[in-house]
Write a protein that binds this ligand. Structure first.
Ligand code: H79
Length: 450
C-alpha cells in the first residue's frame, strides 16, 4: 500500500515538473512544436519578417554574387561598382511602412555581405580598399558618404517607431579584405597570422554593430568555408570558431538571437535556417526559411520580370507556419535605394491577406495532425484549429480532421467571423462552405474547440 502511494506521488510531481518545464501549466496556451527559449518567444510568435539585401552590388544590378561569378578583381570592383554606389533615395520610412503593411514583425538588414563593403561607418582599420588608404564602408568609400547619413540607424529608428524588431546580417567570408582572396565558393587566407587578425577584426566590427545598433538578431552567413576541426588556409573556419563566435555575441548582448550559420551543420546557434526551401515537417528546434520573391537576393535586373505571384508567396508562408517555422522574405532595393515595383506589389498583396487572416499565422504552432489535408494546410493556436483552404472543395463540403478528444464549439470564416454550419462526427468535422470562395490564395476557416 505504502509503496503504491509513493509511486503515485512521484508520478504526479514528475508530471507537474514536466508541465512547468514545458510552460503548459495553467497558461492554457499551446506550446510550439519545439522548446522555445524565453529570449526567442517574440520571434517564434511573430513568424514573419523582412530580409533586405542592400550593398554596392545593388548598384551593379547583377546580384550580390557578381564579384565572384564574374571574376571581378578587388580593385575593379571597388572602382567601378562600390565607388559609384550612391543610394540617395534610400527611404527607411517607406521600406518599413511596406514591411508593416505586409504584416511583417521583424527585419534583417545586410550590414556586410560577402563583397565586404561595410554599410556603416566602421572604424576597424583593416577593412580598407586595395590602396589601404580608405576604409571600405558606405560612409568612407562611396559618394554617398558626403550626405553624412547612416541608413542602418535610419532603418533601426523607423523600425522602432513601427514596433518592428530589428536584426542585422553579417558575412563571415569577406571577398575584399586583405586577409583573403576568392577561391571558387570559398576564400583563401593569406596566412595563419592573417586568419587570426581577421577574426579579431571581425569581432571588433560585430562589437561596433551591437554597440551602435543594438540588434535583436544577428544573422550570420558565408560560414561554409570550414573544416570541422583542423582548418586549412582555404577552409579556414571551424566548428570551434563558430561556438566561440556564438559565445562572443551572447557576451555582447545576452538575449540576442543568433542563427546556426556561426558554423552550419553542427546544430549551433539558436535556430536553423533552410535557404529557399521548406523542410518536410517541423524541425526539432526553432527554424526560419529565408525566401526571395524573384530568385534574387541583391537587386538583379534580369530577375525583375520573374517575380512569383502573390498567391504563391502567401501559400509559401502558410506552408512554413503549418510546420511552426518562421518566414523571412527578402527585398532587394535598387542601387539608388528605391524599392522595386515587383516587391511593393507582393508586399501589398500579402498585407491584404494578412489583414484578414493574420490571426491564423501570428502566435500559432504548426499543424497537430500528421497528415496534410488535400485541400490545404492547418495551423493551430490554443484551442482553435485554422483550416487554410487553398483548393475549394466540391459540393461546398470541407472535410477536416477532428482534434482528438475535444468538442467543437463553433466554426467560422476568419475574415468576418461569420458562423458556418458543421457536422462533427467521430474523427471528422464536416463544414458547409460558402458557395463562392472568398480568397484565391487561401481562405481560412477557424474551428474552435471547447
Ligand atoms: O545572402 C544570400 C546569398 O547571397 C547567400 N545566402 C543568402 C541569404 C548565399 N550564399 N551562398 N549561397 C547563397 C549559395 C551558395 C552555396 C554554396 Fe555551398 C557555397 C555552394 C558551395 C559553397 C553551402 C555550402 C551550400 C553548399 C555547400
Amino acid at each position: 500500500m505504502k509503496t503504491g502511494f509513493n509511486w503515485k506521488r512521484k508520478l504526479l510531481s514528475l508530471l507537474l515538473l514536466f508541465c512547468l518545464l514545458t510552460g503548459l501549466a495553467g497558461s492554457g496556451t499551446m506550446a510550439h512544436a519545439y522548446n522555445v527559449p524565453d529570449n526567442m518567444k517574440w520571434w517564434a510568435d511573430d513568424k514573419f519578417g523582412m530580409f533586405i539585401h542592400f550593398g554596392s552590388y545593388s548598384y551593379y544590378g547583377h546580384g550580390e554574387w557578381a564579384m565572384q561569378t564574374e571574376g571581378i578583381s578587388k580593385e575593379t570592383y571597388q572602382k567601378t561598382i562600390s565607388a559609384k554606389f550612391d543610394p540617395e533615395k534610400f527611404d527607411a520610412q517607406e521600406i518599413v511602412s511596406y514591411a508593416k503593411k505586409a504584416g511583417m514583425k521583424y527585419l534583417v538588414f545586410t550590414a556586410k555581405h560577402h563583397e565586404g563593403l561595410a554599410m556603416w561607418d566602421t572604424k576597424v582599420a583593416s577593412f580598407t580598399d586595395t590602396t589601404g588608404q580608405k576604409i571600405y564602408s558606405l560612409q568612407q568609400y562611396t559618394p554617398f558618404g558626403k550626405t553624412n547619413r547612416d541608413i542602418i540607424m535610419e532603418l533601426k529608428n523607423a523600425c522602432q517607431q513601427a514596433g518592428i524588431h530589428f536584426g542585422l546580417y553579417y558575412s563571415i567570408i569577406d571577398w575584399n579584405h586583405s586577409s583573403q582572396t576568392v577561391e571558387g565558393d570559398f576564400t583563401k587566407m593569406a596566412s595563419w597570422e592573417a586568419r587570426t587578425a581577421y577574426i579579431a577584426d571581425m569581432k571588433a566590427q560585430l562589437k561596433e554593430l551591437v554597440d551602435t545598433y543594438d540588434p535583436e538578431i544577428m544573422w550570420f552567413d558565408g560560414d561554409w568555408t570550414y573544416k570541422k576541426d583542423n582548418p586549412t588556409l582555404k577552409k579556414w573556419w571551424t566548428k570551434q570558431d563558430g561556438q566561440d563566435l556564438y559565445q562572443y555575441m551572447k557576451s555582447l548582448k545576452s538575449d540576442i538571437i543568433v542563427n546556426e550559420r556561426v558554423c552550419r551543420s553542427f546544430g549551433l546557434g539558436d535556430f536553423e535556417c533552410p535557404e529557399q526551401s521548406i523542410p518536410e515537417k517541423a524541425l526539432s528546434r526553432p527554424w526560419e526559411t529565408c525566401q526571395t520573391m524573384n530568385n534574387a537576393w541583391g537587386y538583379k535586373k534580369d530577375c525583375e520580370k520573374s517575380y512569383y505571384n502573390v498567391r504563391y508567396m502567401i501559400q509559401d508562408l502558410v506552408e512554413v507556419a503549418s510546420k511552426d517555422g518562421n518566414y523571412l522574405l527578402n527585398i532587394g532595393p535598387k542601387g539608388d535605394g528605391t524599392m522595386t515595383a515587383g516587391s511593393k506589389k507582393i508586399l501589398k498583396g500579402i498585407g491584404n491577406w494578412m489583414n484578414r487572416y493574420g490571426d491564423s499565422i501570428y502566435g500559432t504552432s504548426g499543424t497537430p495532425f500528421a497528415k496534410k489535408p488535400s485541400w490545404g494546410r492547418y495551423t493551430r493556436k490554443d484551442n482553435v484549429i485554422y483550416a487554410h483552404v487553398m483548393k475549394w472543395p466540391k459540393a461546398q463540403k470541407l472535410v477536416t480532421k477532428k482534434y482528438a478528444g475535444k468538442k467543437v464549439k463553433k466554426v467560422y470564416l476568419l475574415q468576418n467571423g461569420k458562423k458556418l454550419k458543421y457536422n462533427a462526427t467521430g474523427k471528422k468535422v464536416i463544414i458547409k462552405m460558402p458557395e463562392k470562395k472568398p480568397d484565391k490564395a487561401d481562405t481560412v476557416i477557424a474551428v474552435q474547440y471547447q
